[in-house]
Design a binder for this molecule. Structure first.
Ligand code: GRG
Length: 301
């Protein structure tokens, strides 16, 4: 269970592999009947994200001893669910944003109805990708079922949708830190946690390792959201490829609004430290996962 790549190398590799996989997926979607919807799906899938969740799938898989290249399909499935969430998050009825990943958002490039449909359509596309990956990895049906259940649970009413809902409800309020954690462990943390667990499951990890990956994922998920809040408050739209300062504009409850910039920075580092501690107390040695926790806190976009 020893990681060998730096976070930078892993991210570059994850981006190259996942971008190719998503490109193949969008090419297939463009061949299906559906015209405008196919074009909208391809536009969403080809947008250049950082693919941190894909990197976490790969790193967790390798930490658990996995070597098969089919894991990129699992990474793509997680990234597709994430992409759906961004498409819907940007809609006028949610955060109403015009820019994402350095390009016009899907509803601006197409229209609201198309973007709404495309968001929903991405979820079954993600599951198709997961099933294809499970076949490539020759996973037993029970393992695929466990992975699908984990991914869908993280995306739904016990995960991302619940977190987004709580986040929208908290606009204009000044919640206590524990309420903020309740929101973000669901909205952002659940999918990041699932990325780590799916990587472990795909490699056939036993429960103690899965528990350590889950605990690591929970902490880096919160660290990721805190960094997101800090970047929204301190970086430019050009750096981020999306509209900076949206949180203040929408009176969002964020780690910066609750703790201030310096307090939020300390809190992000604290969660990255907890992530590393979770690995160590589970007996997991992965330099890659450890440095990914640093990257998540120190990233500039
Ligand atoms: C129906 C209430 C309801 C919800 C639908 C829209 C939605 C589901 C969930 C939103 C979840 C969301 C947008 C969480 C934010 C997570 C986050 C920090 C996104 C930014 O991720 P990056 O920086 O983006 O990894 P890139 O573009 O690099 O992939």
């Amino acid at each position: 269970m020893t990681g060998v790549l730096s976070a930078g190398d892993l991210l570059a590799e994850a981006r190259a592999l996942t971008t190719a996989r998503l490109g193949a997926c969008s090419a297939r979607l463009l061949q299906r009947p559906g015209g405008r919807d196919g074009a909208a799906l391809a536009y969403a899938l080809e947008a250049p994200g950082k693919q941190v969740r894909a990197a976490l799938v790969l790193a967790s898989f390798r930490t658990a001893g996995g070597t098969h290249p089919g894991i990129v399909g699992v990474a793509a499935a997680v990234e597709i669910v994430h992409t759906y969430s961004l498409v819907h998050d940007d809609l006028p009825c949610m955060d109403n944003d015009a820019q994402r990943r350095g390009r016009p958002t899907l509803h601006v490039r197409f229209d609201v109805a198309t973007a709404t449909r495309a968001g929903y359509l991405l979820v079954p596309v993600a599951i198709e990708e997961l099933c294809a990956a499970a076949a490539e990895l020759a996973l037993p049906a029970g393992r695929l079922g466990r992975m699908a259940a984990r991914l869908l649970e993280a995306s739904g009413i016990r995960g991302m949708v619940a977190g987004q809902w709580l986040d929208l409800e908290a606009e204009g309020h000044n919640p206590a830190l524990d309420e903020l954690v309740r929101i973000h462990e669901r909205k952002t943390g659940a999918l990041i946690e699932a990325a780590c667990v799916l990587g472990g499951l795909a490699a056939g990890a036993a429960d103690p390792l899965l528990d350590a990956l889950q605990a690591y994922g929970r902490e880096v998920g919160l660290a990721f959201q805190i960094a997101d809040d800090l970047l929204d408050a301190t970086a430019t739209s050009e750096q981020l490829g999306k509209t900076a300062g949206q949180d203040a504009r929408l009176a969002k409850a964020t780690y910066v609004s609750v703790l201030g910039v310096a307090g939020a920075q300390l809190e992000a580092v604290r969660h990255a430290d907890l992530a590393r501690a979770a690995l160590r107390s589970g007996g997991v040695s992965s330099e890659t996962l450890e440095t990914l926790a640093d990257y998540i806190v120190q990233r500039r976009s």
